[in-house]
Structures are given as structure tokens and as C-alpha cells.
Design a protein around this ligand. Structure first.
Ligand code: PBG
Length: 329
């Protein structure tokens, strides 16, 4: 590897001028690398700020075309829809997930009708926006049931596919759900609907602001450690990915992002499959608050995002995606 030594070899030579730095740059970002999460809320003419997430909003459905139009103009390949569900629509079983008139279903239809295939739509498959206890599945004696939950997730997946969702993203961490969802989609004629598995999802302390955004924070009883991964583990991440690929995942996600760059790298190196990194809400809010307080300058955003790319991520889900051109140019 090393082909010379000081003083004849000077690595600073290639760093001296801007043109030269650009010439040897190894990683770069384009709008194709980003997925924009959008929070939905009931009502009309609403662009509601979220206390724990500066510059992120919940939009009512009549505003959705405006948001999508901007995403398309910014050349983003995909958006991810997340509903803030009214408390009165939540219950123990999360039945609102299967209501074809729920916020996500309506939003998919509005977007597909107006924008066709100009942009991809990704939807979470999990019950947490809809359950009165804030967990991703059905519970019995405070334990999230696996197989019973999968039965509901299968129906939720099919419903979202029928509405026009392009990429289903199971974020629930039940064992075996990718295979069951794939089978059910295929047997119902949805063999071209993609699955992006939240394969490696850690039980993280960085999800707080998101739970606030979807209105599950105050409702959540306990934690999610009996289904999301222990952040002490890395081998287990590879086992999760192995299974999800076998079961039919088209892409896999690692979540959160920055504290898990090692995992992104090893998933990419081991499996050569599209890997999506999720820069989650807590990462976003910590950075944004630091910038807003003047503790760090805004270039820390680019530095964070490039690190995902360097680690091997194909794309990044980030709440900065609606401002990405200012950040990467
Ligand atoms: C729901 C879900 C969560 C996130 C995405 N989908 C939260 C959770 O598992 O509690 C977190 C995203 C973020 O923090 O930005 N299953």
C-alpha cells in the first residue's frame, strides 16, 4: 500500500488546492441519496411545528401535494409517511392501522393520483402509531406477541400495497415477518411491491422526538427491549440481516445512524445488498439544537451525512432531506 516516504512523499500535496481536493474526493452526496420522512396529521391547512424537532412539521393532507412537489423538484427518490394519529382512534389492538381511510392510506392515494411514479412512497409496517400503549405489536401481560402481531402486519402491508405504496418498511422487529409479508403480497398479486426491512433496529434512546411527533411518547408503557436489539451487540445484527434477506427483503436498514456506522459497514461488506441508514429524530434534534445555539456550525450536518456514505450506506433517511441542496452544495 505505502509507495514512498517523507520527504519525497507528501500527502498534503493533494490537499493544497480546492481543485485537487475535489479531484481526489472519495465520497459524495447527491439528492438520490436521500429519503424524506413526512409526518401527517388530521385537519385542514395545517403545518404544525413539533416541539422536540426544530424545523420539522406535521402536515394535513391538503398540504401534502405542496410537500411532495418540492421533494420532486429537489430530485429526492422517495418519501416516508408517518401518521400522527388522534388519541381517540388508538386502541389496544391498533385497529386504525387496517382502516383504509386512515391518514397514511389517504396520503398514498393523493400522492399517487397526482404524481404517479415520479417519486417513491415508503410506509412503515408496525402498529405503534395506532396502539393505545405505543408498542409496535399486540401485547399480553406487557409482552409484545410475535406471531399474533405478524397476522395484523400482513394485513397492514397488503392494505398499504393496495393503496399504492411502493416500498413497505416493517419497523416492528417481529421474528419472521418479512417472509410472511412477502408471501402474502405475492399471493395477492403484489409481487413488485418492494420490502425495505428495518432489519437492524436497536432499542435506542434516540427515538424520543419521533415518538413525540407521532404522538406515542406519553402513551408508551415501558421500553421496546424485548423486540428491538440490544445496542451492545453486533453479531446479532448480521444474523438479523441474514434472515431478512433469506425471507425476501430487497433492502435492509440500520437504525439509528451515527452511533452505528460500524454496523452499516459490516452489513454492506458482508451482504452486498442496498443498505439504508436512518439518521433518527434524536440525532437530528441534537444536531439542530447545537447549531441553533451556535455551539457548532451547520457544516456538521454534511459531515454526519457523508459519514453514512463512507460507511457504505446507499441512501439515508433524514429530516434534513427537505433542505438537502443547501447542505450538500
Ligand atoms: C416505529 C418507528 C420508530 C421510528 C421509526 N419507526 C420509533 C420506535 O421504534 O419507537 C424512529 C424514527 C426516529 O426516531 O426518527 N416503529
Amino acid at each position: 500500500m505505502i509507495t514512498g516516504k517523507y520527504p519525497s512523499l507528501r500527502l498534503r500535496r493533494s490537499r493544497k488546492n480546492d481543485w485537487s481536493r475535489r479531484l481526489v474526493e472519495e465520497n459524495n452526496l447527491t439528492p438520490n441519496d436521500f429519503i424524506l420522512p413526512i409526518f401527517l396529521i388530521d385537519g385542514n391547512n395545517k403545518k404544525q411545528s413539533i416541539k422536540s424537532m426544530p424545523d420539522v412539521f406535521r402536515y394535513s393532507l391538503d398540504k401534502i401535494s405542496f410537500v411532495i412537489d418540492k421533494a420532486i423538484k429537489n430530485k429526492l427518490p422517495m418519501v416516508a409517511l408517518f401518521p400522527h394519529t388522534e388519541k381517540k382512534k388508538k386502541n389496544l389492538l391498533g385497529t386504525e392501522a387496517l382502516n383504509e381511510n386512515n391518514l397514511v392510506c389517504k396520503a398514498i392515494q393523493i400522492i399517487k393520483k397526482r404524481f404517479k411514479n415520479e417519486i417513491g412512497i415508503m410506509c412503515d409496517v408496525a402498529l405503534d402509531p395506532y396502539t393505545s400503549h405505543g408498542h409496535d405489536g399486540l401485547i399480553k401481560s406487557n409482552y409484545v406477541l410475535n406471531d399474533e402481531t405478524i397476522k395484523v402486519l400482513i394485513d397492514q402491508s397488503l392494505l398499504q400495497a393496495q393503496m399504492g405504496c411502493d416500498v413497505l418498511a416493517p419497523s416492528d422487529m417481529m421474528d419472521g415477518r418479512i417472509g410472511e409479508i412477502r408471501k402474502n403480497l405475492d399471493s395477492n398479486g403484489y409481487n413488485m411491491t418492494q420490502i425495505l426491512s428495518y432489519a437492524v433496529k436497536y432499542a435506542s434512546n434516540f427515538y424520543g422526538p419521533f415518538r413525540d411527533a407521532v404522538g406515542s411518547k406519553k402513551l408508551l408503557k415501558g421500553d421496546k427491549k424485548n423486540y428491538q436489539m440490544d445496542f451492545r451487540n453486533n453479531d446479532e445484527a448480521l444474523r438479523e440481516v441474514t434472515l431478512d434477506i433469506k425471507e425476501g427483503a430487497d433492502m435492509v436498514m440500520v437504525k439509528p445512524g451515527l452511533p452505528y456506522l460500524d454496523i452499516i459497514k459490516s452489513v454492506k461488506e458482508n451482504f452486498k445488498i442496498p443498505v439504508i441508514a436512518y439518521q433518527v429524530s434524536g440525532e437530528y434534534s441534537l444536531l439542530s439544537n447545537g447549531i441553533n445555539k451556535g455551539l457548532v456550525n451547520k457544516d456538521v450536518i454534511l459531515e454526519n451525512l457523508i459519514s453514512f456514505k463512507r460507511a457504505g450506506a446507499n441512501a439515508i433517511i433524514t429530516y434534513y432531506a427537505d433542505r438537502i441542496n443547501n447542505i450538500i452544495s
